[in-house]
Design a protein around this ligand. Structure first.
Ligand SMILES: Nc1ncnc2c1ncn2[C@@H]1O[C@H](COP(=O)(O)OP(=O)(O)O)[C@@H](O)[C@H]1O
Ligand SMILES: [Mg+2]
Length: 268
């Protein structure tokens, strides 16, 4: 049984709508992600690589956030922690009010399957399975019966406008369509967070825009989206842009603030 807010005496009322620092907010309720001084280091045969050096982050339900930063800044490490694929060396991670940073691997896997939908740069689809079968897969693992699986997988494919391509295999689909199948697969368990690591990394710019339209629509429907990208043109589709540098957050801005800064940098 994981620790709950009541167990540790954190108040869930207060100035949630004015504070923005992760330290000040109460995990849970409308805060889907809260991290406090999250640290992750890797031991490379004696040499310690400090990938995350104390990340304080709070993400509200229904937010659409991009995490940016140069290569090696810790984006994937943070993504793996947020996605419950990995645990921190120090610090706290609260997901939907549950303290997950100290959970056992089994408990973490259960939370991950329920709460997180992943989208990767490499779509990771089964080549011999149809779009529908690919999307059904998480429901097979969840033990859902065949009829219900088909119905929910078809609905998820409709949400990404692939209702007409359900019986096609990945090699009969374009890159953008394949990524949309992967997005449908990520959504089919109705996760609280859609987590995407460089979702347009393998796509041309026109197809990237197609995928960004899908994300925007999902966000508009209330899906919480956290996307990692190193491309400013992709990041500006999100409503909030967080930049990592050397394992810490170096800026956290609205789309408008970020766009202004980026355009300024281009002019000068
Ligand atoms: N599994 C790992 N083992 C050792 N070092 C790692 C591992 N994963 C990442 N790192 C190191 O941690 C730092 C951050 O990496 P990463 O989170 O992948 O950054 P990004 O995704 O922003 O490129 C880098 O210095 C990287 O070399
Ligand atoms: Mg990375």
């Amino acid at each position: 049984m994981s620790e709950t807010l009541d167990d540790i005496g954190i108040s869930t009322t207060g100035e949630r709508h004015t504070v923005t620092t992760a330290v000040a907010v109460a995990p849970g309720q409308d805060w889907v992600i809260v991290t406090r001084q999250l640290k992750r280091q890797y031991d490379m045969g004696g040499e310690i690589v400090r990938a995350l050096r104390g990340v304080d982050l709070a993400i509200r339900r229904n937010e659409y956030v991009a995490i940016m930063g140069p290569s090696g800044s810790g984006k994937s490490t943070l993504m793996n922690l947020i996605g419950c694929l990995d645990t921190p060396n120090e610090g706290e991670y609260w997901l939907n009010g549950m303290l997950v940073s100290t959970m056992s691997d089994d408990a973490l896997a259960r939370v991950r399957n329920k709460e997180i939908g992943f989208v990767f740069q490499t779509f990771n689809l089964l080549p011999r399975a149809s779009a529908l079968q690919n999307v059904e897969l998480p429901l097979v693992y969840a033990g859902i019966g065949a009829d219900e699986r088909k119905k929910r997988a078809a609905e998820a494919l409709e949400r990404v406008q692939l209702g007409q391509r359900m019986h096609h295999r990945p090699n009969e689909l374009s890159g953008g369509q394949r990524q949309r199948v992967a997005i449908a697969r990520a959504l089919v368990n109705r996760p609280s967070i859609l987590l995407a690591d460089e979702p347009t990394g393998n796509l041309d710019s026109q197809t990237s825009e197609e995928i960004m339209r899908v994300f925007e629509e999902l966000a508009a429907q209330g899906q919480t989206v956290v996307m990692v990208t190193h491309e400013p043109d992709i990041a500006v589709h999100a409503k909030r842009i967080i930049v990592l540098r050397d394992g810490v957050i170096s800026s956290d801005e609205t789309r408008a603030q970020y766009a202004l800064k980026v355009s300024g940098e281009r002019v000068h």
